[in-house]
Ligand binder design. Sequence first.
Ligand code: PEP
Ligand code: MN
Length: 340
Amino acid sequence: MLIKCEEGINDENYARLIQEVEKHGLKVDKLSRLEGISIWLGVRGDCTKLSTQEFSKLPGVEDVQRVSSKFKLSGRQYHQVSTVVEVGGVKIGEGHPTVFMAGPCAVESEEQIMRIAKEVKDQGAVILRGGAWKPRTYPGHFEGLKEEGLVYLAKAKRETGLPIITEVMSSREVELIGRYTDIFQVGARNMQNYDLLDELGKASKPVLLKRGTDADIDVFLGAADRIIDGGNKNVLLCLRGITTFDRSQRYTADLYAIPDLKRKSHLPIIFDPSHAAGRRDYVPSLARMAIAGGVDGLIIETHYCPSEALCDGAQMILPKDLGELVQFARNIEKEVRRIK
Ligand code: PEP
Ligand code: MN
């Protein structure tokens, strides 16, 4: 339910209105709206049994509207103004240049991450990616260096100044990983790990939430709501390909979801062409489509020698290919999106 307050509502009436809403065990947020100067309140919880009249007759209330959306916190029906997430001086969101996050799938050694960090920075990446905990489909494969990997990421950050993003797979590691990372990455497999999402809701650092391979947009935004409901508003929505009937690709790039999410949500949108394609030669083309489609950022697996990599070598691009994509984005921003 949306409540529009009368312009200039006084403190007493405002407090009474909040009290009335909370009396029903509902939560209420002050919303960021595009038009006018009136205060709008968003009511969350089960409003089905409430009559709008109960609130519209209160002093200081101008209008009460029912809202059908299930994802009230990540959705635009309540929060119209686009969210800009800031991490280490990098702004991610509407009106800002496309952000490039790049690095290997996994951190494999100090030398490897230091060299990649420097090379991706030289090519225009502003955030360094690298998994220290790796979710592997089959046991017995390299599962990451764990805390040792975090230490190397922190060193790479110190030397290059690049903020880092790394995956957290379980609520048990939120505290430890939070001591090192600038952005928590939630992998596609964990999009509905509600225990993890609840823990990240309490964290102070941004979360990049990857869309589950079989999650529809409602369920994806529901997972984002879950994090925001815990108190963490800095969520990035990441598209990384979904499962369809067509198994000739690793996944089907869900590019249609870019305009769909832009309409439905105020959160920044990131695209991951690497895990969608599963092969290096398709990555630049998918990345260009996403850039032209207006994503706020990309996360791209990049390595100076992909054939050496212990995981996902087939989809990693070279630093110079990354540089070409950054240049493409700068051109699109100037000509199409008019970002200076
Ligand atoms: C990754 O980014 O390395 C990864 C495992 O991605 P996803 O969760 O999208 O499979
Ligand atoms: Mn990977």
